[in-house]
Each structure stands twice: as C-alpha cells, then as structure tokens.
Write a protein that binds this ligand. Sequence first.
Ligand SMILES: Nc1ncnc2c1ncn2[C@@H]1O[C@H](COP(=O)(O)OP(=O)(O)OP(=O)(O)O)[C@@H](O)[C@H]1O
Ligand SMILES: [Mg+2]
Length: 451
Amino acid sequence: MKRERRTRSDMMRVLVVDDEADIRELLDLTLARMGLAADCAGSVGEAKELLARGHYKLCLTDMRLPDGAGIELVRHIGEHCRDLPVAVITAHGSMENAVSALKAGAFDYLAKPVSLEQLRALVKSALELPQRNESGETSAARSLLGESPAMRQTRDMIERVARSQAPVYISGESGSGKELAARLIYRLGARREGPFIAVNCGAIPENLMESEFFGYRKGAFTGAETDRLGFFQAADGGTLFLDEVADLPLTMQVKLLRVIQEKRVRMIGATAEEGVDVRIICATHHGLKTLVEQGRFRQDLFYRLNVIELAMPALRDCREDIPLLARNILVRLAGASGEATPTLTPAALAALSAYPFPGNVRELENVLERALALMVGDAIDVVDLRLAPFPQGDELQQGQAPLQDYLDQVEKRAIMEALGKTRFNRTAAAKLLGVTFRSLRYRMERLGLNE
Ligand SMILES: Nc1ncnc2c1ncn2[C@@H]1O[C@H](COP(=O)(O)OP(=O)(O)OP(=O)(O)O)[C@@H](O)[C@H]1O
Ligand SMILES: [Mg+2]
C-alpha cells in the first residue's frame, strides 16, 4: 500500500471479528483496498475491549465465535454504540441466523463465502449512513407529526430501522401514514442517494406483473420492441416499496420470493440472471399474518418480508395529537390557497378529539378540507366538520376494541353532539343528555374532553 498517502491511523477504521485467521486476513486486505483500516478480534471478549477503546465506522462479525455468538455482539453494540453499524457474516444458506441478527439490530448480513462485490456494497452503504445529531431525532423524522407516546415510539423505530438494510413490513390501518413512514425510512437511510421506487401491487394487471417487476428483453414477446427495465432494476442501489403487498397473486409471490432470496433477477427473454441490490419495504392495511393463516399469502414470503415490523398507530390511539395535526393540516391547506389559516372553535376541536377516525390522518385531512370549503366566517365549527353521527360498529365486530373503549367513544360522541347543539353550553347540554351538570362535568373529565 505504498500509494496510500494517509497512514493507517488516519484512516476510517472497521472492526473485524472472526476466529479464523485467513478470513480476517481476507477482510483486512479487501478493506485496505477500499482505503479502510481494520482492527481484528478473534472473540466476543476481544471485540468488546476494542470497542471500548476505538472509534469505528463499521463492525463485521462472524456468527459463531469461541466465547459466544455474534448476535451477542450485535446486542452489545446496540446498547453501547448505537450509531455503529454492525453486519454479521453467516454460514451459507443459514437464513434463520441472518434474520435473527437483523431483528437484533444488525445493519446487514453477508453470506459465506463472502462475495467481494457484496462486501463492497455493504461497506459503502455503512459509510454513507447519515450522522445523527446529538439531540437524537433527525429533523426529517419530524415530518411524522405527533407527540403522543405511540407516535414518538414510531418515530424512534423509523430512525432505527432506517439505519439498517433489513426488510421492513409496515402494518397499520388505512390512512395511518404507512407510505409516509416508508419514505422516511428511505430518506433517513444509507440508500437515500439511490432510487425509491413505489409500486402499488394492487394496481398492476396480473398478466403484466412479471414484465413490470422483472423487465424484458427486446423480442421476448410480440410487442417487446426494446429492452425494458423492471421495478427491480429501476430500484437497484435503492429501495423498492411494495405497497398493498397483500394484493400480489400467489404465483407472483413465488417469483418475488426467489428474487429476494437470490438477490438476482432474470429479465423475461434474457438468458442470464443479474444481481440486484435492493432494500425491500412493504406495506398493507390487511393483517398479513391472518392472510398467511388463511393460505392467501405465502408463509415463506411473509417470513422474508417481515424481518422487522413497523406498526403504525391508529389516530384514535394518539388522540392527544389531533389538535397538533389539525393545526398543521389547516396551515398547509390555507397556505396552498393563499388564505389566512382558520381556527377551530373549542367545540370543533373537542368533536375532532372524540371522533374515532376509522380513516385515520387521511380522514382528518379530508374532514378539514371539506370544512374549509363549508365554513362561513373565520372559524371552523362542529357543523362544518360533518362528522359521521356515531362510530361505526365494525370495530366491535372485529373484536379489536375493548368494550370500554367502544362505550367511551359512544359516550364522547353523544356529549360532543349535545355540546355542539348547545354551542358548548354545558348546562344546556347536560339537560339535553338527561344528566346532571355535575355528572356531565365528571364524564367530560374522565373522557379527557376538558381542554
Ligand atoms: N403522523 C403524521 N403526521 C403528518 N401527516 C401524516 C401523519 N400520518 C399520516 N399523515 C398524512 O396522512 C395521509 C395518509 O398517509 P399515507 O398515505 O402514508 O397512509 P397509508 O397508511 O399509506 O394509507 P393507505 O392504507 O390508505 O394506503 C398523508 O397525506 C400523510 O402525509
Ligand atoms: Mg398507502
């Protein structure tokens, strides 16, 4: 390495943990060629010592070590050096190990025998991870609004999974922000300079699926007049977002699984497969697990996609965020039409806070957009919101909401309607509801309606 100007001590350092000397040497040499210096450890204990002293950009560890498992090191790093990406090297064909390492917080994995091409891609991604600022949350993550514990937890989880290459399955009700979350994971991750390809799996006709996903060569079939890239090739080096993934037909699920497993894809009409480097994020508002149980979604594909699950909370589970979200949406809507931002009357705000929002944030956006069109004067009132009179009973049928939550919702709606009708006169509202003023006050307090 004579042409290297920098001394090894100035270089970015990688910690290599493997008990086999020749693998350590191979990794050391390869990293040196990439301008990186490696410190080598032969055991979990040695690695922990080096971690305590040195400052590393990346850690590569074998899974089986003389004094413990590589996964132990993954957990150790997660606790003590949160910003350090750690990748595991797994035995050939041992997908279980790779998945459990990713679940434990590994950045990525390499299968033995280590392909130099994959090693280079992995190192490059690790070095491209954005620096996290001291205050914790990155500003981009703030575009997912809300200060409720559930929303904070979601943001935290997004930041963590963004720093990994693991496949993510985003679950959550319709309109709860699954796509927004997928885009955030992309923007905060190592692949943010690469493409983000969003595919609505429900919108592609079944007979076109293969060519849309895998592309085709000129002459592969009548009408194939030029080569055409598929989603996988278009997303190479970046992220492929499979939205509404539950809508994939079973035949396509098999083909997709193969590509994900092999990291190789063959265009229709091509003779050879080509490697693709794609991070998969998928989402659906259906419960994928239930579909697997019903035989409508392949278990093996589910296992590959669901390495990390990000569950988007329903808006009714983050009620305290409704005022903040509503204000932000109004600022945006008014700004777009160049008008002054309207306010919400206290009764309107209370009605929104009590409403169950089966359509989540998207429904809140729609409700406010409609209210903006309907309102007279400069404040939005309960009538302008046109909220559905009662929560739909289907939550109960699905057996998801505990009875008390359901009854609370019904009670809230009744109170809000009465308050709306009496323009927030609590004495009159109590009379309308046939309860005493004290009882109404108590109920409002219990339901958190006293803002
Ligand atoms: N926490 C949030 N903060 C700000 N905006 C949000 C939040 N959650 C969702 N949104 C907004 O709500 C709308 C719906 O979000 P998105 O399209 O991501 O939902 P989805 O879960 O993909 O819905 P669907 O299941 O119907 O596809 C978008 O305009 C999104 O920007
Ligand atoms: Mg969506």
